[in-house]
Structure formats: C-alpha cells, structure tokens
Design a protein around this ligand. Structure first.
Ligand code: PLP
Length: 449
C-alpha cells in the first residue's frame, strides 16, 4: 500500500533517507519522482510528461507497460513465481529457445544471468576456462558493466574509481573515424589501421596468453560507435588465427535496438559468445545472459561449469522475455526500429545538424543514434572536455535542461546526446522529439567557442 506516497515530497523524502543511488554523490543529486509510465512516455507527480529518448537506460525497447508483457508476468506470477535454477521449467526452456533461434549461427545454448555485467563476467570466465589463458582484450571507449571484471574491461572514465589492475585486462583502440586514434581520413583506412593495431596488441601481449577479445558490436555508452565495414570480420579472423574467443557484448544493442535482432546481423559476423540483457525483456524483470557456441558448450559437456546464480533464468524474467520476443516478432517491432531509423530519425537528425553548428557528427542506425556536440566544427573540439563534471559540464547540463523543459528526457554522455527511444516509438513522437531537440540545440550552439 503506497497511499502515503501519493505526493512527490513523501516519495522524495523516503528516497533521500534510504535509497543509495548508483554512480552518485548521494547529497548532490535530486532524482525526479516518477509517478507512472506508458509507451514512450513517463510522467512526474506534477503532471509533466516526458518523451523518453533514453528508453530508461536504453532498455525499454518495447516501450513502458506493454500490455502483453505485463499480462505474461502476471500469469507467470499466478502459475509459479519462482523455482530453483537447477530444474527444467517450461518458461525458461521457451525463453532460451526463442533467444537461441535468433542469435547468430550455432550460439544455441543460453546461460541466464540477472543483467549485463554478470553476463560479461560469465562470458570472460567461460573464455578463460575454454582456452586456459588469462588475459582479456577490450576497447577504450567501451562500457561492459560495473562488477569487478566488467568495470575493469570498461574503457571509459567509470573505470577510474574502480581500477584494480588485477583483472588481466588489456585495452586497445577500436575504430572511430570522427576522432580517429589512427589519424585516418577514410572508413577503409580506419578499419585497416584499427585491425593492424589490434593484431599488434595481440602479438605483443602474447597470443598464447589471450583468452578473449570483448567488443560491443556497436559501441553504446561510448557514443553509438558503428564499426566500419570489414572491422568485425577482421576481428573474427584475428581471433581464429590465434585461438582467441570472440565475445560480442550486445547488452545494449541486442533485440531490435539497431533495427536487427542483433547488431551482429548487420555484418553477418558470428562471435563465440554473445552477451545480452536489457532489450531481451525490455527490463520489465531483470534478465541477462550469455549465448554460447557449440565448441564452448562442448568444453562444459563433461566438465562442470564453475559458475552460477541463485536467480539464473528466473521464471518471471523468462516469462517477460517470452512475451517480449514473441510480441516483437508478431508486431514487427525490429523492422519498425529499422524503418524509424532509415526514414525518420536519420534524416531528421541530419536536418538538425545542417541547422545547428554545434552538431559535429550524426551517426547511428535503427533507434540508436548520437549527436556529437562540438565547440568548433573545424577542430572538432568537444562541447565539454572528456569526463567533465560540475562547471566544466555546464554547456551539456544546459542543453539537457532545455530538453527536459521541452518535455523530452535526454540521454547525454560526455559531449554527446544519445537518441534511443523505444523501438516502438510512433512517427508523431519522433517528430515531436526532433522539434524539442531543435530548440535545445540552439542552447548548445550558444555555448560554442
Ligand atoms: N554491457 C553493455 C554494452 C552495456 O551497455 C551495459 C549497460 O549499460 C552493460 C554491459 C552492463 O549491464 P548491467 O547494467 O545490466 O549490468
């Protein structure tokens, strides 16, 4: 009974007293009290509605409160809320089948976790045990989660407060033409140089000590980094030549976000392990997992896998996954995401870039885009410095405030806005979001050099 919480002050007071929030200095934050959500919108206690261009943390691919997913969770709760992970149960079997049918090639077995970081932890564990090697390579400009190994794999500033330097992780630069680490001027050059750099990194680390290369198929948190044609195939080839396990982290980009079931489908590349979470059930109940190739599954056919989780394949989470995946297939939501990107978001964002000098680059696909905001389009100097906080971040904070005042909830990261609405977003809401962004970008323009 939440009757005593019917006003925002009561909700916020209890939050301030008892909830310890992620990534935050607890006394310096002022979380919005959210009263409800539906489709592409959520709202506060004062009746302000926000068009959610962040899909929560890029996970409500099917939108908030989809009635079929809500009903499936309710039905499963009535049938059987929970059961230990060691049993075979229909709902878990069906979720695994629906996922395995969609993952590339022979990734036919699924280990369920509660979220993305645990998926990455277990993928790394599987790779190390499968190869008998200790090291893992991961990219700068990446995010893989906040547990011990996953945060050490992460190639952004969130690692700085956690760096244990004991996780056997080596970082390398992936391709990113707009801010090329290789001083390349074309996609083809960027691709070729990035692959040569990765090969050199493997050779100088000692291939016999490298268990895995872990990559986001499309970099999510680092800014919707779409790999150039040939890059992922090149990484696959390096892995094959050196006996390294190729892990694609699809936690953010899986299940329709990029306009395909998995982002790997765009480049027809098959990893040995694929991690997922978020979109698998739009986060209605926590769920993640690792899809496992035949060869790696074989390693654990007669040898116990030394890992597990109390809630692995939780029935409520699996019921939400079954309903989400089935509904996405029935309602053509993956195709809708692709169409929205190609016909509405892509052209709309490029039109905004043409009008606003603070937009240095537009990139993305499906319902997954980023605008790179700059102080100077010539030098490409970011609108705010890397890992800026406080006063240094004021231009981005002002831009985000303008979005919120206009009724759009933005996802900003560093000098970028990431545009990640639900895959189900209606065309009129795309138009509305673009209009709000148009106004907010004038605020960014005003902060240029
Ligand atoms: N991997 C990627 C690519 C992610 O984007 C995220 C979260 O944003 C994670 C892993 C971690 O997932 P979780 O927060 O569910 O642990």
């Amino acid at each position: 009974n939440y009757a005593h919480f019917m006003n925002k002050d009561a909700v916020k007071d209890a939050d301030r007293a008892h909830v310890f929030h992620s990534w935050s200095a607890q006394e310096l934050i002022d979380p919005l009290a959210v009263a409800g959500a539906e489709g592409s919108y959520f709202w506060d206690y004062d009746g302000n509605r926000f068009l959610d261009f962040s899909s929560a943390l890029v996970y409500t691919n099917i939108g908030y409160q989809h009635p079929k997913v809500v009903a499936a969770i309710q039905e499963q709760a009535a049938r059987m809320c929970t059961v230990a992970p060691g049993f075979a149960v229909d709902v878990r079997s069906e979720a695994a089948r629906l996922i395995a049918e969609r993952t590339p090639s022979d990734l036919d077995k699924v280990f369920f976790t509660n979220g993305g970081a645990e998926a990455v932890e277990n993928a790394v564990r599987m790779a190390r045990l499968h190869t008998g090697r200790p090291k893992v390579l991961a990219a700068y400009r990446s995010y893989h989660g906040a547990t011990a190994t996953a945060i050490n794999l992460t190639g952004d500033a969130r690692r700085f407060g956690n760096d244990s330097a004991t996780a056997g992780v080596v970082h390398f630069w992936g391709p990113f033409l707009y801010r090329s680490p290789f001083h390349a001027t074309t996609e083809a050059e960027e691709c070729e140089r990035a692959l040569r750099h990765l090969e050199d990194t493997v050779v100088f680390e000692g291939p016999q000590s490298v268990a895995a290369i872990v990559l986001e198929t499309v970099g999510g948190a680092p800014g919707v980094l779409v790999p150039p044609a040939g890059y992922l195939a090149g990484v696959r080839e390096i892995c094959d030549r050196h006996g390294i396990v190729f892990v694609l982290d699809e936690v953010m980009v899986g299940f329709g976000r990029t306009g395909r079931w998995f982002a790997a489908d765009h480049w027809e590349v098959t990893p040995d392990l694929l991690t997922f979470a978020k979109g698998v059930n739009s986060g209605y109940v926590p769920l993640g997992g690792v899809a496992i190739s035949g060869a790696i599954a074989e390693t654990f056919a007669r040898r116990p896998y030394p890992g597990g989780l109390t809630y692995s394949g939780h029935p409520l989470a699996c019921a939400a996954a079954v309903a989400t995946i089935t509904t996405m297939a029935e309602e053509g939501i993956v195709e809708q995401s692709a169409r929205t990107g190609a016909e509405l978001l892509g052209p709309g964002l490029r039109a905004l870039a043409a009008r606003h000098p603070s937009v240095g680059e537009v990139r993305g696909l499906g319902t997954f885009w980023a605008l790179e905001l700059v102080r100077d389009p010539g030098t490409r100097e970011p609108l705010v410095p890397y890992a800026a906080a406080g006063a240094a971040n004021a231009p981005m904070a002002a831009f985000a405030d303008a979005c919120k005042k206009g009724g759009l909830w933005p996802l900003t990261a560093g000098n970028r806005i990431h545009i990640a609405p639900p895959c189900t977003i209606a065309p009129e809401d795309v138009a509305r979001g673009l209009e709000i962004l148009d106004g907010a970008l004038s605020v960014a323009d005003a902060h240029m050099a």
